[in-house]
Write a new protein. Structure first.
Lengths: 540, 237
């Protein structure tokens, strides 16, 4: 009996780490923001909430956010499907390159995506339009649809389609009546994730929409930093939280159904009938490259002429000393913070994933694991701006006075990265069945050695991939970091945003050059991850 | 030097999978637990390995092991589907017990590489050290699993339907080989199977398990000549 109690104590201790992390650095800050807004004197301020919700601006912003996210999701689905087909069903030279190329926009920092579209649309009527925001959101999310759906498409037995063809159905009919229906769970899962990303996008919308087009997320930022209207910001945070919780619930249900079978059928060589799909895929992939090309081109232009002046300026503090640090120093800060955030995210994510991969024999244990699972996914959808602002107002007094400490930046970044780490590691850890662990135990391995040699052994490559993903996410994090990084220890995304907000052509040029540098750092990390050939689709 | 099991009972909720089974196996004997699917034979084996909570008594040499965790019992379990570790190569799998075991001191055992080579030779897979286990055929995987279990130098080897995932021809050939390997290694073993021919080839003695109860024990000719009841007679065909 004492052995079982010791085991239980071990699991409870292990669960305490991720729960404490999420509790102190997520639930507390977000909860106190919400509390301050909704319960100003300890009681629910219903009149105040209604007042905020009845403001025309609030209603316009909520409608705009949902409408734009829905439109972006629809367009992303249409553009992502042919890519998913080509990546999952066809075998050809350069498939790996295509796979990686499609992923690139997704790993770019949101600020960089915004700057790239501004560089592309400069001096056109589209600059600063809704279409520009839509295009940027689609650009960012095509990878989510392409890769999530491709994984599920790979596992469909093509013989069912062949059977339908033999029974007299044409290719279009087969696709409509059979393939699409079998793919539906993964399409719906991808759609809900894309909707989530679009409706909570911050950096991209802030850079492209400016003051003209606000979403819930940018409005929360505006209300807290510019107008100090905490009540309105809280109401919007809660509204966003409700939407996100509903979405996560739907995704969970769909994900449960989508991953019942995990087989992979071999791809075949392309045929003539595949030409339209291949052309569509190449057009999409080509279109993804255009904003990046424009960004690079713009970064090499100084006052109408080609030159590397913008890159040389990265060693300076900008026109009229706009910055407290040079962009190169900011890159150094970013790399340092991202490394710390990655270490923290891996520690919390690994412990949480190992816990979540176990099946409890008791109902209470199972419910506890479900709760932990949900708690860890929440930071993915809750406004990073709210988290950042919550840090400032809660972690500034004893017992935890961290406001003047630089550790807040990596902690906030780790919070955003943990869900991705868990989603990457969990499928691999779950593939280690309890029977494999029993086999190791019966060969004489004590429990801690089973954990080290079997669980961690099997998931070593996935852990490496998760490390890379966490690092890029931390490197590009903007929403929370913008609140937390001090001017003398600013990160590169914060510096880039500051540069475009300042007058002077040289500052804007510097911003594009700095964006290219930041993008290159992220792409380099992801290229390494791709080499590991770990299935990272689950991370989305 | 015997395994003795007294009144062993395994319950899953309201269902009793193993019902007060008592048996005794002397050192060096290969004992087969024979029964139809659902008869509780795998649950009994897992309980002996320490992987299933149970009531009753399990003792080795008169010393109770009920409170000993699986990794200290010295009872190696070989699974029906091998449960090879996919991230390790053949040598990594076979040498696993040699690296992780806390049972023996490093001084008393031969170097790992040599022992792995010996065991692979014993199961007919010489030269397979660096192969990936996922590239092996089903028969080869089960041989690796057997070598891996033997590497633990268990005082009792538990074999849970080791051949049933293989096709018939290979199963018959491997059954003969398995008997030879177990005799050569001089190991005490319990084999779980639903195939009485297989049990007859591999085991010295057979116990018929049905509905969680041990109906009869004896050699295959004895059981065939004097079945205890109609169910045993029907099962042995």
């Amino acid at each position: 009996m004492s052995r079982r109690i010791a085991r239980l104590a071990g699991w409870v201790l292990a669960a305490a780490l991720p729960l404490a992390f999420v509790g102190v650095f997520f639930a507390w800050p977000v909860g106190s923001i919400v509390g301050r807004g909704l319960l100003p004197e300890g009681v629910l301020d219903a009149a105040g909430i209604l007042e905020v919700l009845s403001r025309p601006r609030t209603q316009r912003i909520i409608a705009f956010t949902i409408g734009m996210a829905a439109a972006a999701t629809a367009i992303t689905l249409v553009l992502g499907m042919p890519v998913a087909y080509v990546l999952s069903r066809l075998r050809f030279r350069g498939r790996g390159v295509l796979r990686a190329a499609v992923l690139v926009p997704f790993v770019l920092p949101t600020v960089v995506v915004g700057i790239a579209f501004r560089a592309l649309l400069r001096d056109t009527p589209l600059d600063g339009s809704v279409a520009a925001i839509l295009a940027a959101l689609v650009f960012f999310n095509v990878a989510v649809v392409a890769r999530t759906v491709a994984v599920s498409w790979e596992s469909l037995d093509p013989r069912q389609e062949q059977a339908a063809r033999v029974l007299g159905a044409g290719p279009v009919r087969v696709f409509g009546t059979l393939t699409l229906r079998r793919l539906a769970p993964s399409i719906a899962a991808a759609a809900s994730i894309v909707f989530l990303f679009c409706s909570t996008a911050f950096g991209t919308v802030l850079v492209l929409g400016g003051a003209k087009y606000a979403t819930i997320e940018t409005e929360i930022w505006l209300l807290t930093t510019q107008f100090l209207d905490l009540r309105a910001a809280s109401v919007l945070s809660v509204a966003q939280l409700v939407v996100v919780l509903l979405l996560l619930l739907v995704t969970r249900l769909l994900r449960g159904r989508a991953t019942t079978q995990r087989r992979s059928f071999s791809a075949r060589a392309p045929r003539r009938a595949d030409v339209p799909v291949i052309v569509a895929t190449l057009l999409v992939a080509g279109a993804l490259l255009v904003p990046l090309g424009a960004l690079v081109e713009r970064s090499l232009r100084v006052g109408g002429e080609f030159g590397i002046g913008n890159y040389l300026a990265l060693a300076s503090t900008g026109d009229r000393d706009a910055l407290a640090v040079t962009p190169w120093q900011a890159l150094g800060n970013s790399l340092g913070f991202a490394a710390a955030a990655t270490g923290l995210a891996m520690l919390v994510g690994l412990v949480a994933s190992i816990l979540l991969s176990r099946r409890s024999r008791s109902d209470a244990g199972r419910r506890g694991l479900d709760l932990l699972d949900g708690a860890l996914m929440l930071p993915l959808g809750v406004s990073a701006v709210t988290v950042g602002f919550g840090f400032l107002i809660t972690l500034n007094a004893p017992p935890l006075d961290l406001r003047t400490s630089p550790v807040l930046v990596p902690i906030a970044q780790a919070l955003v990265a943990v869900p991705l780490v868990v989603r990457t590691l969990l499928p691999v850890l779950r593939s280690v069945g309890s029977r494999m662990r029993e086999a190791a135990a019966s060969l004489g391995a004590p429990p801690w050695r089973v954990l080290l040699t079997i669980d961690l052994g099997v998931s070593a490559r996935a852990a490496l991939a998760a490390t890379g993903l966490a690092f890029t996410v931390a490197l590009g994090e903007f929403g929370a970091t913008t609140f937390l990084s001090r001017p003398d220890a600013a990160t590169l995304p914060v510096v880039i945003y500051r540069l475009i907000g300042l007058p002077g052509g040289d500052n804007a040029g510097m911003a594009t050059a700095a964006s290219v540098v930041l993008a290159a750092a992220c792409v380099a990390v992801v290229a390494l991850v791709e080499r590991l050939r770990v299935d990272t689709a689950g991370a989305f | 030097m015997t395994l003795s099991v007294e009144q062993l009972t395994v319950r899953f909720g309201a269902k009793t999978a193993v019902d007060a089974v008592s048996l005794s196996i002397p050192t060096g004997e290969v004992f087969a637990l024979l029964g139809p699917s659902g008869s509780g034979k795998s649950s009994l084996l897992r309980a002996i390995a320490g992987l299933e909570p149970c009531t009753g008594e399990i003792a080795w040499d008169g010393e109770s092991v009920v409170r000993v965790p699986p990794h200290r019992r010295g009872f190696a379990l070989m699974f029906q589907d091998g449960q090879l570790f996919p991230h390790l190569d053949v040598a990594g799998n076979v040498g696993y017990a040699l690296r992780v075991s806390t049972r023996r001191s490093a001084a008393t055992r031969p170097p790992n590489g040599e022992r792995v080579e010996e065991l692979l030779a014993l199961v007919g897979l010489s030269g397979f050290e660096r192969r990936r286990v996922t590239d092996l055929s089903g028969g080869e995987q089960q041989r690796v699993a057997l070598a891996r279990s033997l590497a633990a130098a268990p005082r009792l080897l538990l074999l849970d339907e080791p051949l049933s995932s293989l096709d018939r021809e290979l199963r018959e050939r491997l059954a003969v080989e398995l008997r030879e390997i177990l005799t050569t290694a001089g190991v005490t073993a319990i084999l779980v199977t639903h195939d009485h021919d297989e049990a007859g080839v591999i085991a010295d003695r057979i116990g018929i398990l049905d509905g969680g109860r041990l109906r009869q024990t004896g050699t295959l000719p004895e059981l065939r000549a004097h079945p205890a009841d109609d169910r045993v007679r029907a099962f042995l065909g």
